[in-house]
Design a binder for this molecule. Sequence first.
Ligand code: GP9
Ligand code: MN
Length: 615
Amino acid sequence: MVNIKSVKSRLQFWGLGVLLLTLKIYIIYKVGFKIPTDNFLQEFILMINPISSVVLLLGLSLFFSGKTRNIMVIVMSAVATIILYFNLVYYRFFSDFITLPVLFQTNNAKDLSSSVLELMAFRDLFLFVDLLLLTILLVKDKIPTVKKQKVEAFAIVALAFLLFFVNLQIAHKERTELLTRSFDRELLVKNIGILNYHVYDAFIQSQSKTQRVFANGSDMEEIIEYRDELYKEPNEDLFGIAKDKNIIVLSLESIQGFVINETLDGEEITPFLNELIKESYYFDNFYHQTAQGKTSDSEFLLANSLFGRNSGSVFFTHSGNSYNALPEILTKDGYYTSVMHANNKSFWNRDVMYQSLGYDTYFDINSYEVNEENSIGWGLKDKDFFEQSIDLLKSQPEPYFTKFITLTNHFPFELGEEDRLINEFDSNSGTLNRYFPTVRYMDYAVEHFFDRMKEEGMYEDSIFILYGDHYGISQNHNRAMSMFLGKEEITDFDTIQLQRVPMIVHIPGHKKQETMDTVSGQIDLKPTIMHLLGIDSKYDIQFGSDLFSPERDSFAVLRDGSFITDKYVYTKGVCYRKPYGWETSTANCEPYIEKAQQDLGFSDRIIYGDLLRFY
Ligand code: GP9
Ligand code: MN
């Protein structure tokens, strides 16, 4: 017979630990991650979902005896707390949860340090209060020491699995296919809990590694067929218009479409870009399609017309793959290809990945003179960056394809007083407030670059492609953002619309100008550039299409499976009618749901299976 009384006293300390940690996780869900719920069931699931993992984790302490057993309760609780805290800090910036590949991007960690400090807060110390309490109890000798009982320990482990199973059953009532469609990490955390989510993530990651081993050439057949269907004939007037010209690509850090042609306190936020647009093709429904890989994802999309990964950065996880990337294609066409970016070469694993993509040279931080005066935030100020790049540009053989990556308009959007050309915004979000002056500064730096190109006589022989790499203002700043946009709130529909980034094609000497409203994304850059250069992209594996093609479908799919057409926006399982974002029947979005999944699914298969090695 099990003696209930003795079990109770044996498990007292352990039980207290379980209770405190479960409670803490729930509080972090609500206060730190601000996970929204729509109904009582969702709230209930959120409340109970930490229990199974907490029981299991702290249950490991029951395999020890005496003092060690009690110490292990605290150690395990501390481990969970640290995982939570990492997530919290990460979330404050990315509005997302950590995945395994992100953790191994340690190269980035040291460069991120300035941002990390900004993301930490004094109140975070509250996270450790329960650990302190448990430690005091232990030190004051208030806790009985007992010998381990294997039966008890295994029973608790079994209980944990049972609890998880129950949790999953309830969650399935709320969401079917929870574990099969893992596009949305918040949904997972909401339903199975943050610690279980990490176990799940680890499982998915190892699965993707095995996919390469089992892939073979025949996997490509279906994809080639699909590609043939997607292909769109180029626009006759523009095909080859850039032939033998130098191609200048400007990847503009964190700029979103909503700042274009917009003012703050009566001042234009991007006066230069606004003018440039009047002499260019401007795409005002162009979306970034990046995920956790941020800038690197946008670079990947540009180079390959393939999607980055749903989690982590493909620059890290699949830099060893075979690609048929834009720089490599252009090299074959007689171009010299390079990237200019004043950051450490290993950031985002660029030094390795750029070789796989076929860039001839990476002008990294070592090619620039960087000192205290000309730096702010993440490093060299954009104006100095462009100024110093002119000589590097001149040093290259022509024709060249060169991508510039700006840096100043990066979170936390720091700027010296001398570079502030417009006011900060006035809201509860310092991040959004500071964003406008740094965007304005970037605009000024780009203007300087154009001026210098003209002065040096390099402007006429070039064509310019400018686009935003990804969002700058995350959903954490919705309240401030709604103030700026003059809206009551930022809905899911608005959030998708905010993922638009500017995209400009400027061809000196070309008289035509147009604002094009075709729905499009970074996936379309590669075929567009190829066609401007007069290289047919028909046999290229790609999931985008030429932005100028008269046959083009207005369509963009985002990395989380949301998509946009000329009439509809689909996100989180809800179909919205543009332009007001009214909810409409899912049937309206239905025809595109499969296409969206296919684009992402095929692209993933290529990357995970390293399928281009067979092509
Ligand atoms: C770092 C720069 C910024 O080199 O590209 O990267 P991000 O954080 O925007 O991905
Ligand atoms: Mn970026």
